[in-house]
Write a protein that binds this ligand. Structure first.
Ligand SMILES: Nc1ncnc2c1ncn2[C@@H]1O[C@H](COP(=O)(O)OP(=O)(O)OP(=O)(O)O)[C@@H](O)[C@H]1O
Ligand SMILES: [Mg+2]
Length: 241
């Protein structure tokens, strides 16, 4: 059986490749006739295998930045390089490839489908890859195993705790073995012990080579990162001690 060839656990295969290079990134939105500048000229490099957190006040531009890192949107000015792909010049097909294979997304509200089991939810993340059934089943089982939920594969979200549901969402995001995991407030809906549970899972994945970019209001999460960034009024700054 041939599984897809990208291994997040093997950053040494491309040691020179930065996960991200952003230069002069501006993002403006037109909002009720008024222009909002959500990012005001962000320069940022994220190396493969880093664990970076982004903190900052509401409206500071965190989700906007994450959308660009996820190739879900394009900058108004400046350059976003995702690995070797330039967002500005990439074709729609290239962008689809990047989104489908290289980037996993996790959100605060787990966004699981309540009528599907954990395994079926995880399988949804593999849909764009065009794999056959047995390949998918192997990747689903592996992803659930990695988040410690192998024995919950047949449970529906309503039968799982919040922390377990978020672990299913993480499994869904990593099942395709992306290079990068982007998370927007992944512990925002969880109590402390569930938060620690999710942190442990994220740290384990990072130790295996997955690049992590986590937006968080929680300084307990940020303390675990290799580098802490702060976005305020669209301006980024390194606040790592
Ligand atoms: N689709 C949009 N259309 C118009 N304005 C937007 C859009 N998305 C974001 N904005 C504006 O851009 C700015 C940055 O928003 P963003 O969602 O990135 O902030 P955030 O740091 O994620 O905030 P929060 O902590 O509340 O999630 C805000 O002023 C917001 O109103
Ligand atoms: Mg946000």
């Amino acid at each position: 059986m041939t599984l897809i060839d990208q291994s997040p656990a093997d950053p040494a295969a491309t040691p020179e490749a930065a996960a991200y290079r952003l230069a002069g990134v501006v993002k403006t939105y037109a909002q009720k006739g008024r222009v909002v500048q959500a990012l005001t000229g962000v320069d940022l490099e994220i190396a493969s295998g880093e664990f970076v957190t982004i903190q900052g006040p509401t409206g500071g531009g965190k989700s906007t930045l994450l959308q660009l890192l996820g190739a879900l949107d394009t900058p108004s000015a400046g350059h976003v390089m995702i690995g070797e792909t330039d967002l500005a010049t990439a074709s729609a097909t290239d962008l689809e490839h990047v989104r489908a294979r290289e980037i996993g997304f996790v959100f605060q509200a787990f966004n699981l489908i309540p009528t599907l089991t954990a395994a079926e939810n995880v399988d949804m993340g593999l849909e764009p890859l065009g794999l056959d059934r047995s390949e998918r089943a192997a990747l689903v089982a592996d992803a659930l195993e990695r988040v410690g939920l192998a024995e919950r594969a047949d449970h529906r979200p309503g039968e799982l705790s919040g922390g377990q549901q978020q672990r299913v969402a993480i499994a869904r995001a990593i099942a395709k073995r992306p290079r990068v995991l982007l998370a927007d407030e992944p512990t925002g809906n969880l109590d402390e012990s569930m938060r620690d549970d999710i942190l442990a899972v994220l740290e384990q994945l990072n130790a295996e080579g997955l690049t992590l970019v986590v937006v968080t209001h929680d300084s307990a999460v940020a303390r675990r990162a290799g580098r802490r960034l702060r976005l305020d009024k669209g301006t980024i700054r390194d606040i790592t001690r």
